[in-house]
Design a protein around this ligand. Structure first.
Ligand SMILES: [Zn+2]
Length: 298
């Protein structure tokens, strides 16, 4: 194989791009803002521009592959995007439109799957058979890798634990249901819970800091968050029984998840002595874009 790899991670606020050499060295990386306005045509153009920018960095006329991570899933039968929280992508042939512009086949995957692939191949999940990757940030996503390969599922939604509806009386979720896991164990969920109970807006990092200082309202909200985390992840482990769970996204930086949070997971898992490692990611923010580039490895 003498192929360079271009990886693009399309996010709600930024587009990250990377160029890998045939021997996996990172040659170039950049971040640009995602076009504002939730406009499909602008996003297609912006991603195409990043592909061209990366291709121009390739020495000589080296061959290259293109992999793109998106905040949604591609329906196998139709090629249309669904379940995207960048909602202008929904129902659009994003992959086909980009392939037309690039005049080349591209690989496209859910961004949480890209994260999980990188962590399974090169990060905290390396050496484990089944890796469940969790993204906890503004929202809550997940992906599954088995023996170094993404398990997408029959509908392309494998690992989407963020949309278990666990509370019929809970807050509405953008997916159309109420009380999804994402409405509880995400930054936005924690902040909404604080506002509902105490009528004040507090950022996630301030709630966690308040908890550490013994502030009662912060303790109530954060301990509930940890219990919700344990209930959701404990249930998921009971179904999937992965060899390891790797946490990513902004909330994965909260140390208490790996102590108090893990104890809650153990409380709610079906097996009372589960030893499933729950680990912080190794590659941080880069996992998504590297995983997109690695979609084409052979
Ligand atoms: Zn939902």
């Amino acid at each position: 194989m003498n192929t360079y790899r271009i990886g693009i991670d399309l996010g709600g606020t930024k587009i990250e791009s990377v160029l890998l050499s045939p021997d996996r060295a990172e040659l170039y990386r950049e971040r640009v803002p995602t076009p504002a306005g939730n406009d499909y045509d602008l996003i297609v153009r912006a991603v195409y521009d990043r592909v061209r920018a990366m291709a121009e960095k390739i020495p000589g006329s080296g061959d290259f592959s293109i992999g793109i991570g998106i905040p949604g899933a591609v329906q196998k039968e139709t090629g249309l995007v669904h379940n995207a929280n960048t909602t202008c992508l929904i129902g659009k042939p994003f992959q086909a439109d980009l392939e037309t512009l690039c005049r080349k086949e591209i690989a496209m995957e859910n961004d949480a799957n890209c994260f999980t692939l990188t962590e399974a191949l090169e990060g905290s999940g390396k050496g484990y058979g089944m890796v469940f990757g969790v993204i906890m940030g503004t929202g809550c996503g997940g992906g599954i890798c088995i023996n170094g390969k993404i398990w997408g599922g029959a509908n392309g939604i494998a690992g989407e634990w963020g949309h278990f509806s666990v509370d019929p009386g809970g807050r509405p979720c953008y997916c159309g249901n109420r009380g999804c896991v994402e409405t509880k164990i995400s930054g936005s969920g924690m902040e909404a819970a604080f506002f509902e109970q105490f009528g004040r807006h507090l950022k996630t990092k301030d709630i966690v800091a308040g908890f550490r200082q013994g502030d009662e309202p912060c303790k109530m909200v954060f301990l509930q968050f940890l219990e919700d985390f344990g209930r959701a992840l404990g249930g998921l482990i009971s179904v999937l029984d992965p060899d390891v769970v790797v946490l990513g996204g902004g909330l994965s930086q909260i140390d208490e998840l790996y102590t108090l949070g893990v104890r809650q997971v153990q409380k709610y898992a079906f097996h009372k002595n589960i030893q499933t490692p729950i680990l912080k990611n190794k590659l941080g923010d880069s996992s998504g874009v590297i995983g997109a580039a690695l979609l084409n490895r052979s």
